[in-house]
Design a binder for this molecule. Structure first.
Ligand code: GUN
Length: 281
């Protein structure tokens, strides 16, 4: 059996059409959803990411500003900029692209963003809201994964979901979202013993490690749903995920490709969060 692909570009197109529709309705009420993206330094990957985020806003009718600062920007100056954006009524979402230069305390910067504008969902208030099932912004990548499961009508109740990776951005919030849908959740990480024994029991696997081929065909139960959050490069410089796609595709029931899977969904959910921040005004 060859797995069915969950197409992140097609699903994004559908969700972004809804974002555009709701944005138009909001504009008719005199509110244009606005996102401020802050980039500090010259990290080449970050430059591509922020450009894509700003372009996605433009394409969907949202207002966006991109602030580029030199790597020498002080922490105090960055905190001042965030405070100004917290007060700016034309801005509903604030995103500080990570990683930040080492002399800046990223957690302190994240906590400076008003939780009402925390469209990345990284603030401890957002993390606490997710943990307790209260309203708040969900981190975009795991939120996008949940939308992908929803798109195939997948019922998580009682299923065993295995998350590989425990980052604050993906692994931990992913596990909480799956738990909220009544899955039985296992989080695996670098100290996990016998990863394969655990993944073989999984109905759903989310690979979010940042390491090529962390999940191979022999580790997957036939028919399982496999979501690949990885963004790596192979020897030829081609973008690839954490999953050995060619092998796992022969075993899984559903699989997300890289590129064209979770990646576009992350930006889509950023648009959704920004729109919702504006709708809550
Ligand atoms: N760096 C890598 N992914 C992300 C993300 O989703 N948000 C921000 N702010 N920085 C990132």
């Amino acid at each position: 059996m060859t797995a069915q692909r969950i197409d992140g570009n097609a699903l994004s197109q559908k969700l972004r059409a809804d974002v555009t529709f709701r944005t138009t309705a909001l504009k008719a009420r005199g509110i244009t959803p606005g996102l401020a993206v802050i980039l500090v330094g010259e990290n080449p990957a970050s430059q591509v990411y922020v450009r894509n985020k700003v372009k996605a806003c433009e394409d969907s009718g949202l207002h966006s500003i991109l602030e580029k600062h030199p790597a020498s920007l002080t922490e105090a100056a960055l905190l001042n900029r965030i405070e100004a954006l917290n007060q700016d009524t034309s801005i509903h979402g604030i995103l500080v692209q990570l990683p930040l230069p080492e002399h800046i305390d990223a957690q302190k910067v994240i906590e400076a963003i008003s939780p009402a504008k925390d469209v990345d969902g990284f603030h401890i208030a957002s993390a606490g809201a997710l943990m307790t099932g209260m309203p708040g912004f969900w981190p975009c990548t795991p939120y996008g994964c949940m939308k992908m499961l929803e798109s195939i009508g997948y019922e998580l109740k009682g299923k065993h979901a295995v998350v590989i990776g425990r980052s604050n951005i993906v692994g931990k919030p992913m596990a909480l979202m799956l738990l909220q849908q009544n899955a039985t959740v296992t989080i695996c990480h670098s100290a996990t013993q016998d990863l394969k024994a655990i993944t073989l029991q999984a109905d759903v696997i989310v690979a979010a490690v940042g390491k090529r081929n962390i999940l191979t065909a022999d580790m997957v139960k036939p028919g399982a749903v496999v979501l690949d959050v990885g963004m790596n490069r192979n020897e030829e410089g081609k973008l690839c995920g954490d999953v050995d796609f060619a092998g796992v595709e022969q075993i899984a029931g559903y699989i997300t490709p890289v590129p064209g899977g979770v990646g576009p969904m992350t930006i889509t959910m950023l648009l959704v969060n920004t729109l919702e921040a504006a709708e809550r005004i």
